[in-house]
Write a protein that binds this ligand. Structure first.
Ligand code: FMN
Length: 221
């Protein structure tokens, strides 16, 4: 596939991209050009950060052995959710959207080694503490940029239980811990509008007021 890095993804409207960026976890094993990874990470570098410190580092892992090892560790953490999740998904009362989401998360855990790019987002600590909040805007920019260029991506943190071992493999020190893993590749499915609460349930002017609808919503997952 011939890709023009300068033009790919430049046409999509901002609001269309925002509304149709959902977690794409089913990914083909086909390789992704490094220049395209550079392009989506460059979008990450335009994120805001406290004091404009720009604490981020992006480590793109494509080596098959390393990906297999990362996937094994990710599965070790995720496995404790798999059986309860499968059981919950079998319950007829379980909402379709949640079932699809859970099945996709299980698929990712089982196929992570096949996903061609494991993009880790790491950042300088502040007063000895990792700064997830300083990195999340960069991560969201990367997810939006992936959507724009047609790459599938999702935000994951389940590598966290083995973060030190993984960071050693990536050459990251305790001063620059990884906080997220974004598996990236060409999607098997399609981007589309994700299930979300209506803005009218979430938006208030001047003062928050409890609404009946809040009580009817399922508890957050
Ligand atoms: C802080 C954070 C951590 C997450 N960790 C994981 C994860 O480890 N594995 C995973 O499959 N999804 C993870 N997700 C993705 C969410 O589950 C996903 O955004 C949610 O299911 C909504 O999906 P949708 O955008 O397709 O509707 C994480 C999301 C956030 C914000």
């Amino acid at each position: 596939m011939e890709i023009d890095i300068d033009t790919i993804g430049e046409e999509i409207g901002l609001f269309e991209a925002i509304r149709t960026t959902r977690a794409i976890r089913r990914i083909k094993p086909d390789p992704v050009p490094p220049e395209l990874i550079r392009k989506v990470c460059e979008a990450g570098t335009f994120a805001p950060s406290g004091g404009n410190r720009q604490p981020w580092f992006f480590i793109a892992v494509t080596d098959a052995d390393k990906r297999a090892h990362i996937a094994k560790l990710y599965r070790q953490t995720f496995s404790r959710y798999i059986e309860p999740a499968r059981k919950a998904a079998e319950d007829p009362a379980y909402q379709d959207a949640k079932r699809r989401n859970m099945n996709a998360a299980i698929w990712l855990a089982e196929h992570l080694h096949e996903v061609p790019v494991h993009l880790f987002v790491a950042g300088w600590t502040r007063r000895g503490r990792p700064q997830s909040q300083a990195l999340l805007p960069a991560i969201q920019n990367i997810l939006l940029a992936c959507r724009a260029v047609g790459l599938g991506a999702s935000l994951t943190t389940s590598h966290g239980a083995h973060q030190r071992e993984i960071d050693d493999m990536l050459g990251l020190s305790e001063e620059t811990p990884s906080i997220a893993l974004i598996p990236i590749g060409w999607p098997i499915g399609k981007y589309g509008k994700p299930p979300r609460r209506s803005v009218d349930e979430c938006l208030f002017f001047e003062r928050y007021q409890e609404r009946k609808a809040d009580q009817d919503l399922p508890p957050p997952q």
